[in-house]
Design a protein around this ligand. Structure first.
Ligand SMILES: Cc1cc2nc3c(=O)[nH]c(=O)nc-3n(C[C@H](O)[C@H](O)[C@H](O)COP(=O)(O)OP(=O)(O)OC[C@H]3O[C@@H](n4cnc5c(N)ncnc54)[C@H](O)[C@@H]3O)c2cc1C
Length: 400
């Protein structure tokens, strides 16, 4: 018998346990300080966006600001197709949305959780231990694990404690380097407070260009949302991910220019002028409503100190230009990420010290890692769970 401890019963740890359990000679203990798989419940707004329909593994890896190259060999063995198959086999049919995100047909993360738990129950060689692992050592080829309640010994260990667990600390104590951890996929707090009353207003598929200290960082696109503290939505999550290691603040903010109409200034200005001419008796702000939600269109006139009730035919060229500039170059100064609201953690166990074919530590034999505890994180769209299924599979296979 090989005694294996899986520290952390999130999606990564559970996947590793299920694959490792295929060998009846393995006796597996899943340790969790909370409730196994509860971290799945809020995913995808309760619908569990479990993967993304990119079936080319190199293309899929491009969605990971950290871990791209490391994931090549992992995804070449287990990526989108294998994930969909795996879930189908355990009784979860999936479907793909127009935006390529993959969900269970039930649209229920609870169903994903209970189905995975049932799979665990089917394996007599998996035990669940609800204890907090506080210490991990290796002495004479044996791992000694201490929890808040007991002490255990194991032959092999998988650390799968996620981005906010204590696995990084356990790894560090065993000699691993930890890449500084930073919040990622977060909303942003902005200097601009004029738009707080638009909180909840959203815009589809905007393009944003990000600058830091006068240098362009990245251009990204996606849906956008005003919040009471600033800005959010998939486009902002992308910005927070690509800028996770930029130290921006009130003194050196990120400068973000959104194009609200996806047209360049000249094209938009010409089009807007035509519309104003064709509707001379309409309120000018109402003409802008052809492009933007009403409350935002009126707010833009207010912030530019132009009376929104000005008749379209009477809007001066200067004022029209101001509006056209604002909608094609709508600026925010992001001063911080919104505290505690990040979806994932960038950073973690240094990939240089991990064997990508097995996910075994290059420093300590018999010690494996999977999931978000590693220095791997993706954009929104199912990529972070994909990382868990894939790395969970690789670690599980290595334990067979
Ligand atoms: C609100 C929200 C929505 C999300 N939606 C999506 C989505 O739709 N699609 C997607 O791909 N990703 C999504 N994510 C990200 C995804 O949930 C995570 O990337 C994923 O859960 C990480 O899995 P993991 O198994 O590595 O770690 P976790 O899920 O964090 O699990 C780690 C487990 O380890 C346990 N643990 C930690 N330390 C210890 C210890 N010392 N001893 C014992 N147990 C310990 C914890 O209790 C926990 O159960 C979302 C995240 C959030 C916060």
């Amino acid at each position: 018998m090989t005694k294996i401890a899986i520290i952390g019963g999130g999606p990564a740890g559970v996947t590793a346990a299920l694959f490792a359990a295929q060998n009846n000679e393995n006796l597996i203990y899943i340790f969790d300080k909370g409730i196994i798989l509860n971290t799945l419940l809020p995913t995808g707004g309760g619908r569990c966006n479990l993967a993304f329909a990119e079936y080319n593994f190199k293309e899929l890896a491009k969605y990971y600001p950290r871990g791209e190259k490391f994931l090549y060999s992992i995804f070449s063995r287990f990526s989108t197709a294998q994930t969909v198959n795996f879930f189908e086999k355990i009784g979860i049919k999936t479907y793909t949305q127009d935006d390529l995100r993959i969900f269970p047909e039930s649209n229920s993360s609870k169903e994903v959780k209970t189905t995975l738990l049932k799979e665990i129950e089917k394996n007599k060689n998996i035990k669940k231990i609800f204890e907090n692992v506080i210490e991990l050592k290796k002495e004479n080829d044996i791992f000694k694990l201490k929890t808040n309640k007991n002490s255990y010994t194991f032959d092999k260990i998988v650390v799968s404690t996620g981005g906010r667990g204590t696995g990084q600390k356990l790894a560090q104590n065993l000699g691993h380097n930890i890449i500084k951890m930073k919040p990622s996929l977060s909303s942003l707090v902005t200097k601009e407070k004029d738009y707080t009353d638009l909180s909840g207003v959203s815009l589809k598929n905007l393009t944003a260009t990000v600058f830091f200290k006068n240098k362009k960082v990245k251009t990204v696109s996606g849906d956008f949302l005003f919040t009471h503290k600033g800005i959010s939505g998939p486009v902002v999550y992308k910005i927070s991910s690509y800028c996770a290691y930029i130290d921006f603040d009130g003194v050196n903010p990120l400068l973000i220019s959104f194009n609200l109409v996806n047209k360049d200034f000249e094209t938009f200005d010409e089009e807007f002028l035509k519309k104003l001419k064709n509707n001379p008796q309409k309120e000018a702000a109402n003409v802008l409503c052809d492009y933007l939600p009403k409350n935002l269109a009126f707010k833009l006139f207010e912030t530019q100190k132009i009376n929104p009730k000005t008749k379209a035919g009477q809007l001066t060229k200067t004022d029209r230009t101001k509006i056209s500039k604002t909608v094609t170059d709508f600026m925010f100064h992001a001063t911080a990420v919104t505290k505690g609201e990040e979806i994932v953690t960038a950073g973690g166990v240094d990939l240089k010290e991990i064997e990508s074919k097995t996910l075994e530590s290059k420093i300590i034999k018999g010690l494996y890692f999977c999931g978000e505890v590693l220095d791997i994180d993706g954009l929104t769209g199912g990529f972070n769970l994909q990382n868990c299924w894939s790395t969970g599979y690789i670690a599980g296979q290595a334990l067979l």
